[in-house]
Design a protein around this ligand. Sequence first.
Ligand SMILES: [Zn+2]
Length: 500
Amino acid sequence: MTTTLPAYDEVVARYEPVIGLETHVELGTNTKMFCGCPTDFGGEPNTRVCPVCLGLPGSLPVANKAAIEATIRIGLALNCSIAEWCRFARKNYFYPDMPKNFQISQYDEPLCVDGYLDVEVNGELVRIGIERVHLEEDTGKTLHVGGATGRIHGATESLVDYNRAGIPLVEIVTKPVPGTGALAPEVARAYVTELRDVIRSLGVSDVRMEEGSLRCDVNTSLHPAGTAEWGTRTETKNVNSLRSVERAVRSEMLRQAAVLDAGGRITQETRHFHEDTGETTSGRSKETATDYRYFPEPDLVPLAPDPTWVAELKAALPELPRLHRRRLQQEWGLSDQDMQSVLNAGAVELIEQTVAAGASPAAARKWWLGELSRRANETGVELSDIGATPHQVAELQGLVDAGKLNDKLARTVLEGVIAGEGTPTEIMSNRGLEVVSDTGALTAAVDEAIAANPDIAEKIRSGKVAAAGALVGAVMKTTRGQADAKTVRELILTRLGAEG
Ligand SMILES: [Zn+2]
């Protein structure tokens, strides 16, 4: 069935969206949630497993304290209350990548509840309520081989890898977010971005969406503007990038509006997001709630975090990213608009580290937003993967400040840095790029230029100082751009008896 989608601004004039986000974050602990197996990404299939994470009979889980600590810190950073007593629960379901046929999770007693995260969208603060933050274990991975799309249909074999089974997973669920109107897709993206930055600042996960250590499901519903009752929501899965979070909400709003406009009703279901088309397709129907037969996990003792310990963790939280950015903006003396360009370029940390390595904020911003951003765009890589480090950029600027490189030479040295030729100082000396400000060497080049251009020299002698520019150009040419232009100009004027 093909339907023509309505225009987005018409949709938001007639309907109010309500969004909600469920985010899974793999914690960067050294070992798994309930056993001592290592957690590193990759590895030969089924090499990081043991009787506990394979669910063999008689094996018993032991909770990982580092994972509990990380979850409490995430909860505290999201302004949640931390449970003084709670339990893990068994979530029963049969699936090939679940070796035990149940998942140890948390159900009606989550570790952290009732918090919020403030995000900025178009300069406005939007408060996103946090329903709960709980701890569970990840499942394994199923790989379907032989089919065209990696899906089970058409596959000749299905393989299973349990390396990921049992890795600690934190689930962060927002409260429903009404009232964002046309901005709903941007709010969703801003929330996931901010959440990622918060978790990264805590150092508890590498939060890489492309490696699946941060995964996001997006709930969306629409109801007619001005009415109180919310519409039926769908849950979109497979949203694997920040951009996709925004696109998934927008595309689901358009699709639901078309269904409602035609007098249809929205089915409560999971939907799959497709990166290539930017559209969602129907997955599993959720009309009848799955009965997971939750019950308290009998093999684990309850969790009762000591309030003193929780207070210590709270006191030791790092500055949150939004406040950190505000402080940097003030320190760097940037307008909101300038700061936004820095954010859009993904250059905040790079500039911060370049300043920490000794460059001025203005110089650091110039390199990262100018030459380096331009090259990153040209080659289609992230700015942080460009091949120049903040330390190297600070060193380069140091050579400029010391008068050893001019702007043009510095750009050439930077090319060498990106090409992996070494440090800026090494490249400058290996390629012989240092500015020549040694008067003896320059005087010869100046005399040569004067001799070759007697007419211009005569003009300068008679007081037309502005004509010196042509001779400076000639000297720069013979010195391959390595002369210090200011010194050359002074030398020319002195040799010809004119005063600048
Ligand atoms: Zn194990």
